[in-house]
Design a protein around this ligand. Structure first.
Ligand code: GLY
Ligand code: GLY
Length: 321
């Protein structure tokens, strides 16, 4: 907040906060995720620094991670049992609670941008499967050749899943599941909040499985009067607990972003015996980060500082000139 002469201008310090998935992240994926989060924060912060909106910032950050094979979203998404990529994404704006989402969408590079189009160009909240793909074509979104989003890594993870039969949501050599959903929350200089989340879902999932990431209140939430949240982790548990909105409710009842995030996550894990993570911004730009999984990559930029971590207890801070 700054004051200029007699006129008092209220101006927020912009913040962008991202995650690259919660879970049992294998060591080989740690560096790619830390680097990928940094690129995403840079993309989002550049928007905010140029006076752009929180919505544009979260979309830019998530798109960067959808393009990055280190994350389970867009290119490099995990595969369903038929060996295909089916993706989910959602976005929400805190000023008027507008929101949009897609689920089980195929062959588009940026599901998050399609979710935004659902928000801005349709009377609906969530488009699914063939309908979402028809909408993409109608909007002129380029359709990729079949299989273009399938990485070699994801193929190996599915093969391993079929042998070992473990179902989780990231890909790595130790465990072909685990998690890697991506998300971003931001507050812009005008105090507007936005949240965005995108995922390839769970490795070896049934064809047509929808995730928490496509559900407003579970994967994503933003309300300028309270805060903004993006979640990651075991989708079925997050959806049953309405995790994003549970965190919002805790904040509405007076808890800080960090306390609300960590307490809601602990409750979800206690009740449902599965793990998750979340990133949260309050309406004042306070940051909350939490995960009950072994790891979650996260990072944010506020003013001249870049903060990041991936292991429990990590909180690295770098000064940016
Ligand atoms: N949280 C994302 C998923 O389970 O697909
Ligand atoms: N891909 C599942 C998650 O990270 O939530």
């Amino acid at each position: 907040m700054t004051s200029t002469g007699a006129i008092r201008c209220v101006r927020m310090e912009p913040v962008i906060l991202v995650h690259g998935g919660a879970g049992d992240i294998p060591d080989s994926r740690v560096r790619p995720k830390i680097d990928g989060n940094r690129n995403a924060v840079q993309a989002g912060y550049a928007v905010l620094q140029n006076g752009g909106s929180a919505l544009d910032a979260v979309e830019a950050a998530v798109k960067r991670m959808e393009d990055d094979e280190a994350f389970n979203a867009g290119f490099g998404s995990v595969l369903n049992l038929d060996g295909e990529v089916e993706m989910d994404a959602s976005v929400m704006v805190g000023s008027d609670l507008s929101a949009g989402a897609v689920t089980v969408v195929k062959d588009v590079s940026h599901p998050i941008s399609l979710a935004r189009m659902v928000m801005e160009r349709t009377p609906h909240l969530l488009l699914a499967g063939a309908g979402a793909n028809k909408f993409a074509r109608d909007q002129g979104v380029p359709v990729l050749p079949k299989g273009a989003l399938v990485s070699e890594y994801a193929k190996k993870a599915l093969e391993e899943f079929k042998v070992r039969g473990c179902a989780s949501t990231e890909i790595g050599e130790k465990n072909p599941g685990d998690v890697g959903t991506v998300g971003a929350v931001a507050i812009d200089a005008r105090g507007n909040l936005a949240a965005a989340t995108s995922t390839g879902g769970i490795n070896g999932k049934m064809v047509g499985r929808c995730s928490d990431t496509s559900l407003i209140g579970s994967g994503t939430y933003a309300d300028n009067d309270i805060g903004a949240v993006s979640t990651t982790g075991h989708g079925e548990s997050i959806a049953k607990f309405c995790l994003a909105h549970a965190i919002i409710k805790e904040m509405e009842h007076g808890k800080s972003a960090d306390k609300a995030t960590n307490e809601a996550l602990a409750k979800m894990t206690e009740k449902l015996k599965n793990t998750a993570g979340a990133i949260t911004l309050s309406r004042n730009g306070e940051v909350g980060v939490g995960f009950t999984s072994q790891r979650m990559s996260w990072a944010y930029r506020k003013g001249g500082e870049y903060h990041y971590g991936i292991n429990k207890g990590d909180h690295n801070v770098e000064k940016i000139n």
